[in-house]
Ligand binder design. Structure first.
Ligand SMILES: Nc1ncnc2c1ncn2[C@@H]1O[C@H](COP(=O)(O)OP(=O)(O)OP(=O)(O)O)[C@@H](O)[C@H]1O
Length: 226
């Protein structure tokens, strides 16, 4: 089990204080994060694997400080961006998946086996030799996911994973999220996705204003939005 702790976290971009005092301990397997546009959700999500370091306070993943132990933190917590183009770095599909294993000290054989498994699992095997930039939006999102999941992180953070997808691909990605073994934290505007989650955080103007099971948390969110 992974434990994520945020202590007195504030984050500022210049003068703008985007997160304003967040204290949380996260251990549940499925955690949703909702809130209005610009409320600080993406910034919050990025704190969890050290993509953003808090201006004040600290974020620890199983005791590791994201500000000082970023490499170890990223091995534990994978991050899937809303736009897969932010994440796909290698020209060919299988190279891009293999890139997710870089720096882990695996032999070539182990690396090939893990890449093979994840390509098969996400239906990308037939595209293995394709140029990454020629994939459709849905295929790119699956590739971005495969590139993160290939290294089997203990926790995966998704920032609006279905926003750019059509219905079929959104459904596919949601099914993957529902069936992942790992701890999963999902920022989304798709409230139905969160029905079976264990915990939902509502962020408003940089603060957590509700933190509960999906029913009451989403009711608080809807009330705040109208
Ligand atoms: N790198 C940055 N530099 C300056 N300001 C930023 C930066 N990233 C985010 N912000 C600002 O911080 C605020 C919160 O942004 P954030 O992306 O965390 O919100 P969000 O809740 O994810 O929004 P959305 O639902 O629209 O994606 C916004 O006002 C945004 O303009």
């Amino acid at each position: 089990m992974t434990t994520i702790k945020l202590r007195s976290v504030h984050h500022r971009f210049g003068e703008h204080e985007v997160l304003r005092g967040i204290d949380l301990t996260l251990t549940e397997r499925r955690i949703g994060v909702v809130g209005a546009n610009g409320s600080g959700k993406s910034t919050f999500a990025r704190l969890l694997n050290g993509l953003v370091v808090p201006s004040e306070g600290e974020v620890r993943i199983d005791g590791l400080d994201t500000a000082r132990e970023a490499r170890a933190v990223r091995a534990k917590v994978g991050f899937v961006f809303q736009n897969p183009d932010n994440q796909i770095v290698m020209p060919m599909v299988e190279e891009d998946v293999a890139f997710g294993l870089k720096g882990l000290g695996l032999s070539r054989g182990e690396r090939d086996r893990l890449v093979e498994r994840v390509l098969d699992h996400y239906g990308l095997a037939r595209l293995r030799s394709h140029a990454s930039h020629t994939l459709s939006g849905g295929e790119k999102q699956l590739l971005a996911l495969a590139g993160v999941l290939v290294s089997e992180p203990q926790c995966v953070v998704f920032d609006e994973p279905t926003t750019l997808l059509d219905l079929r691909n959104a459904r596919k990605v949601k099914e993957i999220i529902r069936t992942l073994d790992q701890m999963t934290i999902v920022v989304t505007h798709d409230l139905a996705l969160l029905d079976a989650f264990d915990r939902v955080l509502v962020i408003d103007e940089g603060k957590v204003i509700a933190d509960d099971q999906p029913g009451p948390a989403l009711a608080a969110y809807v009330e705040r939005m109208i």
